[in-house]
Design a protein. Structure first.
Ligand code: BG6
Length: 523
């Protein structure tokens, strides 16, 4: 049988050349000998996400036997106290079942260093700890420093790491730094932060976490678009009417007033998660799944984004008011503990973006996010144009709306296509129907948590899922004028509009779409 065409008839991918690409990427990727140093061990991020993800990775057999986790904080703890904190966090938040033998092996690699960020002696102790781990656990000089701390402290910590020789690895070994958003407050502060990191770590050693990129369904956007033939031909302004990207949460700000007040929905979510989602949905096909190739396309897309002229009509913001959520009475944002009574921080933000390129000219992208909305749901909806012509009687299509392809990021991960179909019967009546793909019923294996994937990628030094500083700066360039506009509105006494908890946001968000003759989806 002659190769190419015949093999493709069997449904296999004829393009894989095992000689050129001997690495089968379906094999489990296991981290090499290494350790992780966690700064900010007492924070929510560490307890709810990082520690459980490390346990889940160990449980899945993806960490090396000598893996070590070192906590660094001001508390006066012994190694065992730190182990207890990790234990509690794993019991409460891990995705996979607790197994004594996995835990025992993992816990042997726990260390704790007590001190604050200005304490030279503490960083010397950290250095000694790392040396001890290399000796006793075989971590091979490979260490990642995870800064689960406010960005204001990044400079102090990376400076100390450099001063105490912790950023230098021996030959063949590596040192990496992991940082979490917020990557700045605006473009200027993001640039400063990037400079701070760049002065100490090389570009390839800095891993910026945007946990949305670690979600299976977000990675699936690239698979959907570029591993299939049927979507790309219609993925453009000829067929797409507009795109809606929604990240709705039913919860309020919880205990995060200190972080959230002065930050707000646009900085917290649009600048990072939603603009990254939009990049993946709208960018051109990269030349490969290598980080450099992906970044080129994402940066190109982000550089093509333009704001409409009239920001008053094309943006909306709001604050949740007291009301009911999930059958319980809830307080309004301004009454939350720790929030300034006159705070103008938005808990809902909606913006309109245009993309100045041939593929998307004239197709608005509507992005919205909010707390205390009707439901927790993140989705991307590609809304298609109406057919240019119908030969059916107008009554036959009265119930027919626009075709939509919805990528359900969470919960209920999957995809839905909505299209028109004839209603059974003797008359011609066409109505919307849906076709569904659900991860839950298609695959037997549950999706890992985003942090599992991302921490593993850090340890493997695999960068495609981490935004680079150019992307961060381009995102601020898009958002800054909107934030300035809202700040100017505040000065004029035009505050964010109140919306009922459990609703779908302020009326101004609906007006923003109504002006374009469109409506938001109610997922
Ligand atoms: C974080 C935001 O990045 O994402 C939070 O800071 C938000 O405000 C969270 O609640 C939502 O993440 P997820 O994965 O639950 O959608």
């Amino acid at each position: 049988m002659s190769s190419g065409a015949a093999r493709s008839d069997t449904g296999r991918n004829p393009q894989r050349n095992p000689l050129r690409d001997p690495l089968d990427r379906r094999l489990p990727r296991i981290a090499p000998p290494c350790g992780l140093v966690l700064f900010g061990v007492t924070g929510d991020l560490s307890r709810k996400k990082v520690m459980p993800a490390i346990y889940d990775l160990a449980n899945r057999g993806l960490l090396p036997p000598g893996f070590s986790l070192t906590g660094f904080a001001r508390r006066d703890w012994a190694d065992q106290d730190f182990a207890q904190v990790v234990h509690d966090s794993v019991e409460e938040h891990a995705r996979t079942p607790f197994r004594e033998e996995v835990w025992d092996q993992l816990a042997e690699g726990f260390r704790f260093v007590s001190g604050d960020f200005s304490d030279d002696a503490a960083f010397e102790r950290l250095r000694a700890t790392i040396e001890e781990l290399d000796e006793t656990r075989g971590t091979g000089g490979n260490h990642a420093f995870y800064l689960a701390i406010p960005p204001g402290a990044f400079g102090d910590v990376v400076g100390q790491l450099r001063e105490h020789g912790l950023t230098e690895s021996g030959a063949g070994a590596w040192r990496r730094v992991v940082v979490e958003k917020p990557f700045g407050h605006d473009l200027a502060s993001a640039r400063k932060l990037n400079t701070t990191l760049d002065e100490v770590f090389s570009d390839g050693s800095i891993f910026r976490i945007d946990h949305y990129l670690g979600k299976e369904t977000v990675q699936n956007i690239l698979a959907l678009r570029f591993a299939n033939t049927m979507f790309e031909p219609i993925w453009n302004a000829n067929y797409v009417d507009h795109v809606q990207i929604t990240m709705a949460e039913d919860v309020g700000i919880g205990g995060r007033a200190g972080y959230y007040d002065g930050i707000g929905a646009a900085r917290d979510v649009i600048q990072n998660h939603l603009l990254q989602l939009m990049s993946l949905v709208a960018m051109e096909e990269p030349t490969s799944f290598e980080a450099a190739a992906l970044r080129i396309e994402k940066q190109k897309l982000l550089s093509s984004i333009r704001l409409p002229d009239d920001l008053a009509a094309t943006t909306a913001r709001g604050q949740y008011a007291a009301g009911w959520a999930g059958g319980e009475k809830v307080t309004g944002f301004l009454q939350e503990d720790g929030i300034a009574p006159k705070s103008a921080t938005e808990t809902f933000a909606a913006i309109t973006l245009d993309v100045d390129n041939r593929r998307w000219a004239g197709v608005p992208f509507y992005l919205r996010t909010g707390k205390r909305l009707g439901r927790r749901v993140t989705e991307v909806a590609i809304v298609f144009k109406r057919p240019p012509h119908h030969f059916f009687n107008p009554d036959a299509t009265e119930e027919l709306t626009q075709n939509v392809l919805v990528i359900r990021v969470q919960p209920d991960e999957g995809m839905t296509v909505r299209f028109g179909s004839k209603v059974p019967g003797t008359t011609m009546e066409i109505r919307d129907v849906t076709m569904d793909f659900a991860y839950g019923s298609t695959f037997t294996e549950a999706s890992p948590e985003a942090y599992e994937r991302l921490i593993l990628d850090v340890l493997l030094g695999d960068p495609p899922l981490f935004p680079r500083h150019e992307e961060v700066e381009l995102s601020w360039r898009i958002l800054d004028p909107i934030l300035d506009f809202w700040a100017a509105q505040d000065q004029k006494g035009k505050r964010p509009e109140a919306y009922d908890s459990g609703s779908w946001g302020p009326a101004s968000a609906d007006a923003m779409l109504a002006r374009d003759g469109r409506v938001w989806r109610r997922p």
